[in-house]
Ligand binder design. Structure first.
Ligand code: NIG
Length: 409
């Protein structure tokens, strides 16, 4: 197997405190030695290997781990977004618009759309992602979504309980029975997780519990959409049932924070959603200070957050959720991995999957300092270059003159 070296790294974020300085495990003038799909070792710059990727003195970070996306959908809701910017509130009923378009699409259409979005995410430095179903809302359409998602990731989430479809209006409990029965049976083979939108206007605490318990009995791990549009039972239900993550957490009461701090459930913030829906931002500082384990994710979906930019989420997390740049970067890497209960991604340490991003800048702080600028130069996934910016290094970044040249030794 050939050995690839990412060499001449000015600042390496390993994400592993035992390997370097501070919580990010920083190493200067470093090289990452990759054997096949895995990191073999972290060395001084100039390490030997068969192939060399020259970071030209720039910053290298672990690839972003996006633990919350809805990439499988058809249709467009730009008009709904524009109406919101003009003052209309966000309504979860928009899910039905996407459901109609997704049901009308073929599996081949959905495969093309989801793959293109995954490629966009890779260009934005995302090296591992979770993908939810949830825009089919009938057994075959949900099965198709899960099947397409499973071609792109091993973290597929069955989200039949995303909304009650129109044909079940006034019969939400019957729809929950369908989700827990025939729909779960059709989807479970493709999925690792089950999720429910526990919110006023979606599913209440009893219905959410029924969905989660059915999923757990089918061998799936648990995730919850909770506390997005107001205070509610989602967070505490997630902690009580031992969910891996509860996502949104825009409204957290003191009791929610205490439950999260005492439990094992990661609180995943989705700041691009609060941006796109004009919601207040959650106070991540308060959660971190209370001892809550946190992650941030893009929540890429056509309604409430149509972005694959983790850098944008990091910038919001620092600017508006009051995280430090270090906390935000950890939340987008190690935090995402923890929210998916994995330790093979989200860090650059011996044995981990070799998922790395060469940034076109000298420090990860530029992700926040230069908002909106595409700073991802090269994305490496499992030891393979999956994206390389054809424009190369940017003129304004010191020490960047050479770009990220690849050469054979
Ligand atoms: O996570 N909250 C529920 N689901 C998505 C939004 C879905 C939509 O509006 O299409 C979310 O924000």
């Amino acid at each position: 197997m050939s050995v690839l070296v990412i060499d001449n790294i000015g600042l390496l974020v390993t994400g592993e405190p035992s390997l370097g300085e501070g919580p990010l495990g920083l190493v200067r003038d470093a090289a990452v030695v990759i054997d096949g799909e895995r990191v073999a070792s972290i060395e001084r710059a100039g390490a030997a290997g068969d192939e060399r990727l020259d970071a030209a003195g720039r910053c290298v970070i672990p690839g972003f781990v996006d633990s919350h996306t809805h990439l499988v959908f058809a249709g467009d809701r730009a008009d709904e977004f524009a109406a919101r910017m003009a003052g209309r509130p966000y309504a979860a009923s928009g899910i039905r618009v996407t459901t109609a378009a997704t049901r009308a699409a073929t599996e081949e259409d959905l495969r093309g759309l989801a793959s293109a979005r995954r490629a966009e995410a890779v260009r934005a430095g995302i090296t591992h992602l979770e993908i939810k179903s949830g825009y089919g809302l009938e057994p075959e359409a949900e099965r198709r979504s899960c099947a397409v998602a499973s071609e792109l990731t091993d973290d597929v989430t069955f989200l039949g309980a995303h909304a009650v479809p129109p044909e079940y209006d006034g019969r939400a409990d019957e729809y929950v029975a369908l989700v827990c029965g025939e729909m779960l049976d059709a989807c479970r083979a493709y999925a690792r997780w089950i999720d429910v939108f526990c919110e006023k206007g979606a599913f209440d605490a009893d219905q959410s519990r029924a969905v989660l318990v059915a999923g757990r009995d089918a061998g799936l791990g648990l995730r919850v959409h909770g506390n997005q549009l107001g205070f509610g039972p989602g967070v505490r239900l997630a902690v009580e049932l031992g969910a891996a993550s509860v996502d949104h957490c825009t409204y957290l009461s003191a009791d929610d924070l205490a439950a999260l701090a005492a439990g094992e459930t990661v609180a995943t913030f989705l700041p691009a959603t609060d941006f796109s829906t004009r919601q207040p931002y959650p106070d991540a500082r308060r959660a971190i200070d209370a001892g809550v384990e946190v992650a941030i994710a893009t929540n890429c979906n056509p309604g409430s957050s149509y972005t694959t930019s983790m850098a944008f989420c990091i910038a919001l997390a620092v600017r508006d959720l009051r995280m430090t740049p270090e906390e935000a970067l950890l939340a987008a890497t190690r935090g995402g991995a923890r929210a998916l209960q994995r330790d093979d991604v989200g860090r650059l340490a011996p044995g981990a999957r070799a998922d790395a991003v060469i940034l076109d800048c000298p420090s990860y702080t530029h992700l926040v300092y230069r908002p909106g600028v595409p700073l991802v130069g090269t994305t490496v996934i499992a030891g393979r270059v999956e994206f390389s910016d054809p424009l190369g290094a940017r003129a304004t970044s010191p020490g960047n003159a050479g770009g990220s040249a690849r050469s054979r030794r």
